[in-house]
Design a protein around this ligand. Structure first.
Ligand code: FES
Length: 102
């Protein structure tokens, strides 16, 4: 179990190890779009992992390639659909609104 903090709302959730970040955010009622069904191809689920980057799964080549094509990407960028919570440390995720890839 790990704590997930969601910005800008400031909501906190207890998240099970292995939980998918996009599904967790949607279940929490956050407004995040998934146009590709979680296949790392639309970029609409672009978020920043503000804290706890060791608490989430590593980036795949597919995710890295998609992020390279998006605007507003930083070293904190991830595609929420490709991120699983590891449960090793608390994670803070920032939803980007207009800066996400859609
Ligand atoms: S939902 Fe399409 S890239 Fe994540």
């Amino acid at each position: 179990m790990s704590t997930l903090t969601i910005l800008p709302s400031g909501a906190t959730l207890d998240v099970s190890e292995g939980a998918n970040l996009l599904q967790t955010l949607l279940a929490a009622g956050e407004k995040l779009v998934s146009k590709c069904g979680g296949k790392a191809s639309c970029g609409a689920c672009h978020v920043f992992i503000k804290e706890g980057r060791k608490g989430v799964s590593k980036m795949t080549p597919e995710e890295n390639a998609k992020l390279d094509s998006l605007v507003g990407v930083s070293s904190k960028s991830r595609l929420a659909c490709q991120v699983n919570i590891l449960g090793t440390e608390p994670v803070t995720v920032e939803l980007l609104g207009a800066l996400s890839g859609f």
